[in-house]
Design a protein around this ligand. Structure first.
Ligand code: ZN
Length: 415
C-alpha cells in the first residue's frame, strides 16, 4: 500500500512537471509568434531604400516574402519585402540586414551554441548534440558551412585578428613568461601537413594564449608579432621551449632575442634513443643504458661530455656496412647536440624550478589540435585546416564563454 501511494505520488509529480514544461513551451511559442510579427515588414508601409551599390532609390520588388530563423526560444517566422535594383541587378532584404540575419538564419546566441559544438565535435556529432541539447535542427553540412563562414575572417585575417591579451599583470611581473612551440601532423587532402602551435603563458598559471598556423611561416611570425605583442615581453624574463629544429630558434631569435631557450627534453631523449637503436639495436640492453646515462649527463648540463663521448665512439666504428650506419647515427646526434648547445642548460632550469618540457607541449597539441582535427578518417582542405586550427587555438585561449565574442569581433574587423 505504501509502495502504491509512493508510485501515485511520483506519477503525480511527473504529471505536474510535464504540465509546467508544456506551459513553458506554449509561452515560448507565443513569444516566437509575437517576435515574428514585430520583425515583419508592414504590408502597407513600403518605403523606398537606396541601392547599396549605386545609391539609387529602389522600390519594393516582392512583398512579404516569408522566412524562418532559429532563436533560443524556437523558430521565428517573419515576412519581409524584397528590393531589387534593375541597374545593378542587385537584390536584397533591408529587413534582414537590420535584424542581422543577412548571412545566417540564426540569432547570435544560437550561433554561439552551434559554434561551441562545432569547435569541439566532428560535424555529424555536433549536429546530433545540438539537436539533443537545444532542439536546434541543423545538418552536419549546414554546420560545416556555418563553421566556414564564421571562422574565415579570423583565419584569413592578415593582420587584423582580434588580440587575445597575454596574461601579463603587475602581480605576475616577477614570474617568467613560458613560450612553447611545436608542430603536429594533420591529414589534408594534399597529404600530411604540419600545424605549428605556439603557447604563451606565465610560469605556474594555467591560462595560456595559443596560436596555430598551417600555411606560411611568415604569416605566423607577423601574426605573432602584431597581435600577440612580443614587444611587451622585452621587460620580462622569457623561457622558450621547443624542439631542436632550426626554424624554432630562428623564430625565437627574431621575435624574442633575450629569451632563454631550451630544447624540449623529451625531444632530446627521442634523439638519444634513435641513435642508440642504430648503434646497439633495439633489443640490446645497452640502448636503454646509453639513453639513461646520456640523459643524466645532459640534465646535469654536461652536453660537452656527451658530445666528446659520441665523437670518440664515432672514431671507433668499424668500416663495415653496419659500422657506417652507426657512424652516421652518432654524427647526427652530436651535430644535433652541438647545434643546440646553448639551449641545453637543463640544470639551470631544474634548479630554478622551470619546466624542461615536454608534457605541456604534447598535451597542448592533443587538447588544442588533435582532439578535434586528428580523429580517424578525418581529412581537411588546406583552408579548413587553418580555420579549425585557428578556432581551436582561440577556444583554448579564451574559453567557451568568451569564444563567440572574439569570433564576432573578428568578423566586425574584417567587414
Ligand atoms: Zn543599384
Amino acid at each position: 500500500m505504501c509502495a502504491e501511494k509512493h508510485q501515485g505520488g511520483k506519477e503525480g509529480y511527473w504529471a505536474s512537471y510535464q504540465q509546467e514544461l508544456n506551459r513553458l513551451a506554449e509561452t515560448k511559442d507565443a513569444a516566437c509568434l509575437r517576435l515574428g510579427r514585430e520583425w515583419s515588414d508592414s504590408e502597407k508601409r513600403t518605403k523606398k531604400y537606396r541601392c547599396p551599390r549605386c545609391r539609387r532609390w529602389v522600390a519594393v520588388n516582392v512583398h512579404l516574402v516569408p522566412r524562418t530563423v532559429i532563436t533560443r526560444m524556437g523558430t521565428v517566422a517573419y515576412r519581409r519585402h524584397y528590393y531589387y535594383c534593375h541597374k545593378c541587378s542587385f537584390g536584397w532584404y533591408p529587413r534582414d540586414k537590420k535584424l542581422g540575419f543577412e548571412s545566417e538564419d540564426m540569432t547570435g546566441d544560437v550561433i554561439a551554441l552551434a559554434m561551441d559544438f562545432v569547435a569541439n565535435d566532428p560535424f555529424e556529432l555536433a549536429a546530433s548534440r545540438l539537436r539533443l541539447h537545444h532542439e536546434i535542427e541543423r545538418s552536419a553540412t549546414g554546420l560545416k558551412l556555418l563553421f566556414e563562414r564564421q571562422s574565415a575572417p579570423l583565419a584569413d585575417a592578415e593582420k587584423s585578428a582580434p588580440v587575445v591579451p597575454l596574461p601579463l599583470t603587475e602581480a605576475n611581473a616577477h614570474q617568467p613568461v613560458v613560450i612553447m612551440n611545436d608542430g603536429s601532423m594533420i591529414r589534408q587532402t594534399t597529404g600530411w601537413h604540419e600545424i605549428k602551435l605556439m603557447s604563451i603563458g606565465m610560469l605556474g598559471e594555467t591560462q595560456r594564449v595559443f596560436l596555430a598556423e598551417t600555411r606560411d611561416k611568415e604569416r605566423f611570425e607577423r601574426l605573432l608579432f602584431d597581435s600577440v605583442g612580443f614587444a611587451k615581453l622585452r621587460s620580462r624574463e622569457v623561457l622558450w621551449l621547443a624542439d631542436g629544429a632550426p626554424y624554432n630558434w630562428g623564430l625565437q631569435e627574431r621575435l624574442c632575442p633575450h629569451a632563454e631557450g631550451l630544447v624540449d627534453f623529451m625531444h632530446v631523449r627521442e634523439h638519444l634513443y634513435t641513435c642508440a637503436v642504430e648503434v646497439f639495436g633495439e633489443e640490446d640492453s645497452c640502448t636503454a643504458l646509453f639513453v639513461d646515462s646520456a640523459s643524466r649527463q645532459l640534465l646535469d648540463s654536461r652536453a660537452n661530455a656527451v658530445i666528446a663521448q659520441l665523437k670518440e665512439c664515432h672514431l671507433m666504428t668499424p668500416r663495415t656496412q653496419r659500422g657506417k650506419r652507426q657512424a652516421a647515427a652518432l654524427l647526427d646526434l652530436w651535430q644535433y647536440l652541438e647545434a643546440n648547445q646553448s639551449r641545453l642548460n637543463y640544470r639551470k632550469f631544474i634548479e630554478a624550478g622551470w619546466p624542461i618540457g615536454s608534457g605541456a607541449i604534447e598535451s597542448a597539441h592533443r587538447w588544442v589540435i588533435q582532439r578535434r582535427m586528428k580523429q580517424s578518417g578525418m581529412m581537411w582542405s588546406a583552408a579548413n585546416a587553418q580555420r579549425m586550427a585557428t578556432l581551436r587555438a582561440l577556444y583554448a585561449s579564451v574559453g567557451p564563454e568568451r569564444f563567440y565574442g572574439f569570433l564576432k569581433k573578428s568578423q566586425e574587423m574584417a567587414a
